[in-house]
Design a protein around this ligand. Structure first.
Ligand code: LRH
Ligand code: MN
Ligand code: MN
Length: 386
């Protein structure tokens, strides 16, 4: 098995990005359950994110969602982050919450609505310029509910037109990450439903266009690690929106529903060299019924545990078994790593970096939860729900 010193060294290079919206109140379309002490402003979301980074040591970046995190001065928001040891991460565009977008945004049949959506995407790149963010994350709710409602091919043309305009606006160091989702809110046909569609658009656009894999956006039983392996082979895996699902886009804590799947995904990331490249490890979750900050800390730790296990896989032994056609032996090498209890190794890794070995317990002792309940009244909703 890979020596633990090598695993620890690799873990030190990992960054897990937390989403601003995970800190705010959220719920389902049935009910938003407000929690005491949640942030009232984007700045307060960053204050909470700083606690997550303080206890885990691997979460120094925070994704924003525009307009949920709209402020007058984005450079000042970036400074607020910097003062807390953070950086602003991906800018998530939002062209799905206005009446104008009922029939779509960039694929809408009306050119005026398409222009409005494109203007928002361009504004998001302006924001990236101000915050120093590298990635623009694009998810389109666009699609149709009924066969014949709109022309599938024309909608692809409109999508390509908008993506091209955004691509041309990107700076040298900036990227666009195109996110796909099987269905919802459109139920008959979604304009970017799968990795193949996203990949086809990215391929035409150029290397700064990359696919993002949200682990909750697939049909049940989909082999997500195959998609990861394929996109990495093609140099088009821009990153992840990590979360867990049981049924659809559940947005539960990553590694909670299926830690084995997360391990398999992280193994393909390690195998494909993605761990050392520009693959962004982002969370995209909502904590509707559990306390948010400890849940985010736990999620970051779940990613780290799966990563540690993936790094432990004995690559030489696995390759030898595969070459020999040793089906059971090869499987055993992989399962050996998966069954390893990496918690002692991670506790050591934290202690070596001056962190508490138990981040959740350290957070609970810190008094932050009591402080925000006392100080913050009328917390901000994450951006959707009731
Ligand atoms: C869409 C999605 C996308 C959005 C986020 C809030 O379901 O995964 O990434 O930006 O949720
Ligand atoms: Mn997502
Ligand atoms: Mn989603």
């Amino acid at each position: 098995m890979t020596p633990s010193s090598a695993v620890k060294a690799a873990l030190s290079s990992q960054v897990v990005e937390t989403p601003s919206w995970a800190y705010g109140n959220s719920g389902t379309r049935f009910k938003v359950f407000a929690q005491a002490g949640v942030p009232r402003t984007p700045q307060e979301k960053l204050d909470d994110a700083a606690r997550v980074h303080h206890h885990t040591g691997v979460a120094p970046t925070v994704a924003l969602h525009i307009p949920w995190d709209r402020v007058d001065d984005y450079a000042a928001l970036a400074a607020h982050a910097r003062e807390r040891g953070l950086r602003l991460g991906a800018i998530n565009a939002n062209v799905f919450q206005e009446d104008d977008y009922k029939l779509g945004s960039v694929t809408h049949p009306d050119a005026a609505v398409r222009r409005k959506a494109l203007a928002h995407l361009m504004e998001c790149v302006d924001i990236m310029d101000a915050t120093g963010s590298r990635d623009l994350k694009l998810w389109f709710s666009d699609g149709t509910n009924y066969p014949g409602q709109d022309d599938i091919r024309a909608r692809q043309d409109r999508l390509a037109e908008a993506l091209t305009a955004v691509y041309e606006r990107l700076g040298e160091e900036q990227r666009m990450l195109l996110e796909y989702k099987l269905f919802e809110p459109a139920f008959y046909m979604t304009d970017v439903p799968d990795w193949g569609t996203a990949y086809a658009h990215c391929l035409k656009l150029g290397p700064k266009a990359q696919v993002v894999v949200d682990t909750g956006h697939h049909a049940p039983g989909t082999n997500i690690e195959f998609i990861v392996a394929t996109l990495l082979r093609e140099g088009r895996l821009g990153g992840f929106d990590f979360n867990s699902r049981f049924y659809a886009d559940d947005d539960l804590m990553v590694g909670a529903a299926d830690p084995f799947q997360l391990f398999r995904i992280m193994y393909e990331v390690v195998r494909g060299g993605g761990f050392t490249s520009d693959v962004a490890f982002m969370l995209d979750q909502c904590h509707n019924i559990e306390p948010k900050i400890p849940a985010i800390i736990r999620s970051v730790m779940n990613v780290q545990e799966a990563t540690a296990k993936a790094l432990l896989v004995d690559a030489d032994a696995l390759a030898a078994a595969q070459r020999a056609g040793d089906v059971l032996g090869a499987n055993e090498v992989l399962m050996d790593a998966y069954h390893t209890d990496v918690r002692p190794l991670l506790r050591e890794w934290r202690q070596e970096r001056g962190l508490d070995p138990d981040p959740v317990a350290a957070y609970r002792r810190s008094g932050w939860a009591e402080r925000i309940v006392a100080e913050r009244q009328g917390g901000q909703q994450a951006g959707w729900g009731a």
